[in-house]
Design a protein around this ligand. Structure first.
Ligand code: CA
Length: 235
């Protein structure tokens, strides 16, 4: 898609030079010579970028920028002639995206135009990008609820006090609900490779967890011992 650029400049020679160079670069160009014409052209043409001179007849560039900002989300590159104009552009926070001081080289101007177009294109693509599905942050198992963000476990709506590793272990088991997991796997995944303990650590933590989440810890129905294998979380 060809980017459309609106050139707003009352000095005809400069307006024509800008238009010529932009067309040479492959842009579609529309021009306006005063502030009122600029607003009308912007509404009709729906440009992808506006080059906007500040000193303009009828309505100056600052007013034009202010008005267009409320209507459309288009990058506006101000053309300023003097330092005190730059101060106005920056100080007034009129919503211009960039400015360039006259006199400027065409090469410099083209670079700015390209940079501003690229930035808005990236913003647009960001806005269109599919929302990444966040992993489930709350796991429900009947009356047992794991809130991953708050690192909180509720049983019958009452928060349980779990040690950090108990929480990690329960979370790991819960995420692999229904799967038989060996003690070594659990040890690796929950405690990490560097952990020097043995699989007895897993048994101890499982028994602590059972005390907290099982109705009858002696006859567990949530964390089941799988003979010769390890443990399985049943939910
Ligand atoms: Ca001017």
């Amino acid at each position: 898609m060809v980017d459309k650029i609106l050139v707003v400049e009352d000095e005809i020679t400069l307006q024509e030079t800008l238009a010529y160079n932009l067309i040479q670069q492959g842009y579609e160009v529309e021009t306006a010579g005063d502030g009122k014409a600029a607003i009308e052209a912007a509404r009709l043409f729906q440009p992808n970028l506006i080059l906007l001179d500040i000193m303009l007849p009828i309505l100056d560039g600052i007013e034009v920028c202010r008005i267009l900002r409320q209507e459309m989300n288009v990058p506006i590159l101000m053309l300023t002639a003097r330092d005190d104009e730059i101060d106005r552009v920056i100080g007034l926070e009129i919503g211009a995206d960039d400015y360039i001081t006259k006199p400027f080289s065409m090469r410099e101007l083209m670079a700015r135009v390209k940079a501003n177009l690229r930035r808005t294109r990236l913003d647009r693509e960001d806005a269109q990008a599919p929302v990444i599905q966040t992993p489930k942050e709350i796991l429900h198992f009947d009356n047992l609820v794991l809130d991953l963000v708050r690192r909180e476990v509720l049983l019958d709506d009452q928060p349980l006090t779990l040690k950090p590793k108990e929480f990690d272990l329960l979370l790991y088991l819960a995420r692999h609900c229904g799967q038989a997991l060996s003690r070594d796997t659990i040890l690796e995944q929950v405690w990490g490779w560097e952990y020097s303990g043995n699989s007895r650590t897993v048994d101890v933590h499982v028994s602590w967890l059972r005390e907290k989440i099982e109705r009858d810890p002696a006859h567990p129905i949530r964390i089941i011992t799988v003979r010769g294998a390890g443990y399985r979380f049943e939910g």
